[in-house]
Design a protein around this ligand. Structure first.
Ligand SMILES: [Fe+2]
Ligand SMILES: [Fe+2]
Length: 473
């Protein structure tokens, strides 16, 4: 019966996931049931999954919506996209675009800074420079340099003008680590007859302090699997299989309903010199096909959310849109594709997911940061309310009309990948997650003495806000 149904459907170009097939076989007339179901679908999926059928079965007289034999059925949860560049890109990349882009960054973060008590009565930089008293102003940092005596000079700019800010090397403010292209508030006294402001305080937009996620009635869990790097010869296949067994059994029983992949889904091609020597799969489409196969290990009812990273086949400049149709169609319809970064609302929780490429620039620019402490780099992003402040470094930025990398909405969960570390922390009530990797140490990492922390899965209970890290080593 099973083989006959499969053969008949395959002839018509209809493929079913194993769970969907079980469900279909439980129907009185399996083949006509699938035909009708497919006709009713807005788009024919590459593989018909349990969710495609469940939605239809429960809303039509086609069947009595029987439970799936392995695990009691549950409906895939709803994911609301709050912010995503996908389909909204406006940039052409000319000079006017860049001016508009930085102006949007400045205006958005200025509005956040304007609410800070320390900056009440702030004024344009040009006006502040003419006054001989304490002044407050807000500016985008053009340049930071150290004088020959070890002091710091910061050039800031707003809509109307520029000004220099002096930070004495003996002042506590040297620890503020001001970086190029961030937006800061300055409190200080004008010196040298309007030549510069001697800073007494540097104010960051930062995120408000909250008590963290208040318990809700959700019983769903979300797992984060970053930097899968399918196609790489160091992809950790056995550890992935171990994780997949967990995802199919205990995890689902315990309430796993969402899995988010924050980028570097495949290893890509031509990402670094001689990469082909470290690839098991040298064709980019084959890499995604292999990933699609791997993702079938995650049960149908779990909503998969997939985001690109710097190894993926989308534009490198951030914000990155989600995968093009020719890649998306290689996956089951249960996979949801989003851009990078992306702000989502799941079960009432706001999740900011960003691959994390900007950490390459932040670890260079901010003293004390390192690849071994990605959570600290994430704190620096939140303090500046920006995911990738530095322009002209290793992170390419696309001059969109709006700066999509500004953290305008404060998330409950902030997740990154990219550095192949694994960690969970909290900053001002926001859960910080760096979501590990499924790639063993590469030659590049060996050269830089970096030891990854692979095969770990942070799982957050969206009801209680508690997070555990599952270890598949
Ligand atoms: Fe990666
Ligand atoms: Fe990456």
């Amino acid at each position: 019966m099973r083989d006959q149904v499969l053969a008949e459907l395959m002839e018509e170009g209809i493929f079913l996931s194993p769970e969907a097939l079980d469900f279909v076989l439980a129907q009185k007339e399996p083949v006509p049931f699938v035909r009708k179901a497919v006709e009713a679908m807005p788009q024919m999926p590459l593989v018909v999954t349990m969710d495609d059928l469940r939605d239809l079965a429960c809303s039509s007289p086609l069947s009595a919506c029987p439970p799936s034999p392995a695990i009691a059925p549950f409906k895939r949860g709803e994911v609301k996209v709050l912010k995503d560049i996908t389909g909204n890109s406006t940039c052409e990349g000319n000079i006017i675009d860049f001016a508009r882009y930085f102006n949007d960054r400045f205006q958005t973060i200025k509005r956040i800074l304007g609410r800070r008590r320390e900056l009440a009565g702030s004024m344009p930089i040009a006006k502040a420079m003419t006054l001989e008293r304490e002044v407050r102003c807000i500016g985008l940092v053009n340049e930071v340099r150290t004088t020959k005596n070890g002091h710091t000079m910061i050039e800031i700019e707003d809509e109307e003008g520029k000004g220099l800010v002096f930070v004495n090397k003996d002042s506590d403010l040297t620890g503020a680590h001001v970086i190029q292209d961030e937006v800061v508030g300055i409190v200080g006294k004008v010196a040298k007859k309007g030549g510069m402001i001697v800073a007494t305080d540097i104010v960051r937009p930062d995120v408000p302090i909250t008590g963290g996620m208040a318990p809700s009635d959700s019983s769903a869990k979300i797992a984060f699997l970053s930097d899968v790097h399918v196609g790489s010869s160091t992809f950790l296949s056995k550890k992935w299989d171990k994780m997949a067994r967990w995802a199919r059994t205990d995890a689902v029983r315990e309430g796993l309903r969402y899995v988010l992949i924050p980028g570097d889904c495949v290893d890509g091609i031509g990402i670094f010199p001689d990469q082909e020597e470290e690839l098991d799969i040298e064709d980019i489409f084959e890499q995604y096909r292999a990933l699609a196969e791997r993702l079938k290990d995650i049960p149908d009812g779990v909503q998969l959310i997939v985001q690109p990273g710097n190894h993926d086949a989308v534009r490198l400049a951030e914000p990155q849109p989600s995968f093009p149709e020719e890649i998306a169609r290689l996956f089951d319809s249960s996979v949801m594709f989003v851009g990078n970064p992306c702000c989502l609302e799941i079960e009432g929780r706001v999740i900011l997911s960003y691959h994390g490429k900007s950490m390459d620039d932040l670890v260079n620019a901010i003293q004390g940061l390192s690849y071994n402490h990605p959570l600290e780099a994430m704190r620096e992003m939140l303090r500046r309310r920006h995911l990738a402040p530095i322009y002209g470094g290793k992170t390419q930025l696309a001059p969109e009309k709006k700066d999509h990398l500004v953290i305008d909405q404060v998330p409950d969960i902030f997740v990154t990948g990219h550095v192949h570390g694994a960690g969970v922390a909290e900053y001002r009530g926001i859960k910080l997650i760096n979501a590990s990797t499924w790639q063993d140490q590469t030659s590049f990492q060996r050269m830089h003495n970096f030891v990854p922390d692979p095969a770990k899965v942070p799982v957050v209970d969206l009801g209680t806000g508690k997070c555990v890290v599952k270890d598949f080593n």
